[in-house]
Design a protein around this ligand. Structure first.
Ligand SMILES: [Zn+2]
Length: 356
């Protein structure tokens, strides 16, 4: 097989060289459960970094921000084990009230552990459209069974015209199963407070610590970032990820690339807590942009050569520099991105991989 299989465990990479001596980043975590560890990355700022090679209880990164008067938590994780770990660790640091738990977007691996926060009386804040998205997909899935859900995708495997198409279609089934199962096991807790992009940027004063909330489009249409301008620290959700192909299951590649171009203009000293992968600086933004560039360049070659979109999707070759990248699935990491670019370039409708 030419591409990285998503079932393999991927150990968390070390910090990039420029960050090894960054005085903001504590050398030791304050808590470590294997599936995630939590460390200080600034004054009152903590990053929860998931390590999927040791379990998917957290699956995404997160963190918390502690001011004199109040605290904020970031992300609901994939399970209540993940969100409990973060809440307990926050409580080991401070007893100030938690003003809110923030979801960066609606995806299962950032929201399924929300019920812990709801149970603790902590309001859950997210982009105003998050509850509608979660209901449209996840509430619906909870009334279905996996076999019924997967039936059209199994048919797609049988209809494949080439070996590579067949393998790629199988990888999509693996990715979809990895979403459906945790959703079917979870008690959903929807955000109960919507943040409206029309009112952004929103400033939240925690007492000596100001957090700015901003909306960007890219990974989904509900992406928020949480920025601490005084310390150049940003929690980005999946708009920025490390060590993996952009997960484009609900994305907008062109606007996503524009968002990353904006991220590249942040202060040189910016520390990013990405949605997945290790804490990074601007070098991480540049790396993700170059991955998108490669997808676009290879797709453009096929497009200019007159190759139909299905062929362009199969022709894509993972370059050596991204050989170790994790791939959610071929269709939702690579295929859907190329399909959307084709649709833009041709100005004609193209079949775009979708699930619901
Ligand atoms: Zn996501």
């Amino acid at each position: 097989m030419m591409y990285a299989a998503s079932t393999l465990a991927w150990p968390l990479p070390a910090l990039a060289r420029p960050l090894l001596d960054d005085p903001r980043i504590a050398k030791q975590p304050i808590a470590d459960k294997g599936f995630a560890s939590i460390r200080k990355i600034g004054d009152g700022l903590y990053a929860t970094i998931a390590d999927r090679s040791k379990g998917l209880q957290a699956r995404c990164n997160g963190g918390f921000l502690v001011g004199r008067d109040a605290a904020l938590m970031v992300e609901g994780f994939q399970t209540i084990t993940g969100s409990s770990f973060q809440l307990e660790t926050l409580r080991s640091v401070t007893q100030v009230p938690v003003r809110a738990a923030l979801n960066t977007h609606w995806h299962f691996d950032h929201t399924l552990g929300n019920s812990v926060y709801g149970g603790a009386g902590i309001p859950i804040w997210a982009h105003i459209d998050v509850p509608a998205r979660m209901t449209a997909y996840y509430t619906k899935w909870q009334s279905q069974d996996l076999a019924t859900y997967l039936a059209p995708w199994e048919q797609r495997v049988r209809d494949a015209k080439t070996d590579s198409q067949r393998e790629h279609a199988k990888s999509d089934i693996e990715g979809l199963t990895g979403m459906f199962k945790p959703v079917s096991e979870a008690v959903l807790a929807l955000p109960n407070h919507g943040l409206d992009p029309a009112t952004m940027p929103i400033q939240i004063d925690l007492g000596g610590l100001t957090v700015v909330v901003e909306a960007f489009i890219g990974h989904t249409d509900t992406d928020l970032i949480f920025r601490v301008p005084d310390q150049n620290v940003i929690y980005t959700g999946d708009l920025l990820t490390g060590g993996q192909y952009p997960v484009n299951i609900n994305g907008y590649p062109t606007r996503w690339r524009a968002t990353l171009a904006q991220f590249a203009k942040f202060d040189q000293n910016t520390l990013f807590v990405p949605g997945h992968g290790q804490v990074m600086g601007l070098e991480g933004v540049a790396e993700m942009r170059s991955c998108f560039d490669d997808l676009a360049e290879q797709a453009e070659k096929s497009y200019k050569a007159g190759a139909p979109v299905e062929e362009a999707v199969e022709r894509y070759v993972i370059p050596d520099c991204f050989k170790n990248y994790r791939l959610f699935s071929w269709g939702f990491g690579i295929g859907r991105t190329i399909e959307q670019l084709y649709a833009e370039w041709s100005g004609k409708p193209v079949q775009i991989l979708n699930y619901s």
